[in-house]
Design a protein around this ligand. Structure first.
Ligand SMILES: [Zn+2]
Length: 303
């Protein structure tokens, strides 16, 4: 499971949590030496009993539709003859809006978790007093252990932003973000891949899957709101990539039975979560687990 692949220290946002290009290259060496890279679609076919795959297969996935994936990852994969699946957040290019999850990452990188949590708590108490007690951010123990690489304050800030009802999240982030980032449209075009880039990647053998329209925690939404997210992102991907998506990545790894029902109705064949485990045998095609890049060696020591 990859997100940012960049040399953070050479960008305007050295605080972004990403993977250095050199480490990415080393990790690919390790993966190529020890595994056979197949596509996620091939793996899902295997899970449905339609095909066989080599032992020690590995799959590369990239979430959130970041420009890093076009600028950096795509040329490297092409050169090595590897394929991968990418999961863009459709709101970014269609509405020219920076999705809340990415706004939060850049605010964290630019101003740090302490000032960000203070502004967040202030606006929450002022504008949404009824939500304050449940969602206020503290540096007490982590509310969600999935944020393995963050300190408690940062983990809790990400968790509160992720779980806050959508309207409150959007309003609060839309108040804080413009104070520190002046042109959202330019920002989105620097940060996220556009449709031309994604089509070029698709023609070169890369695949794309659904990751919702606005990147909510799906299990927090009722059926109607989940349906809207899934239908919208499916329609946008189908229209812009001339191909109906059949693979899905759950934002934050979060889903419930309603999500599963809707994905199947929409013709999806499989989905990946953020639960950390190796998949052994024919696992549930809608609950494929993933290793974080930090769980895998960054060089091939056998060399
Ligand atoms: Zn995501």
């Amino acid at each position: 499971m990859y997100h940012y692949v960049r040399d953070m220290h050479e960008t305007d946002y050295p605080g972004i949590k990403g993977l250095l290009i050199k480490k990415f290259l080393g990790q690919l060496d390790y993966i190529i030496a020890n595994y056979k890279v197949i596509s996620l679609a091939e793996y899902v076919d295997f899970l449905h009993g339609k095909t066989e795959i080599p032992d020690n297969s590995a799959i590369l996935t990239f979430d959130d539709g970041l420009k890093d994936h076009y600028n950096t990852v795509f040329p490297i994969l092409k050169e090595r003859g590897l394929t991968a699946t990418f999961f863009p957040i459709t709101q970014a290019q269609t509405d020219q809006v920076v999705p809340g999850v990415l706004k939060a990452q850049f605010l964290l990188a630019k101003i740090g978790s302490n000032p960000f949590a203070k502004e967040f708590n202030y606006l929450l108490e002022k504008d949404f007093p009824k939500l304050f007690n449940q969602y206020k951010v503290t540096d007490k123990e982590k509310m969600e252990m999935k944020y393995r690489w963050d300190d408690p304050l940062t983990a809790n800030l990400k968790f509160s932003i992720g779980t806050l009802p959508g309207e409150a999240r959007t309003k609060i982030l839309n108040k804080i973000f413009p104070k520190y980032f002046d042109n959202e449209k330019n920002f989105i075009n620097d940060l996220c891949m556009n449709w031309d880039e994604m089509r070029e990647m698709q023609e070169a053998g890369m695949s794309f899957g659904g990751h919702t329209h606005t990147h909510p925690r799906l299990a927090e939404l009722d059926e109607e709101a989940q349906k809207q997210e899934l239908v919208h992102c499916t329609d946008i991907l189908t229209k812009n990539l001339n191909k109906r998506p059949t693979l899905f990545s759950y934002p934050y790894g979060d889903f419930n039975n309603i999500t599963l029902k809707l994905l199947k109705e929409l013709g999806y064949d499989g989905a990946i979560s953020t639960n950390v485990a190796v998949n052994q045998g024919r696992v549930d095609p809608f609950n494929i687990t993933r290793m974080d890049t930090n769980d895998i060696p960054f060089e091939n020591s056998a060399k």
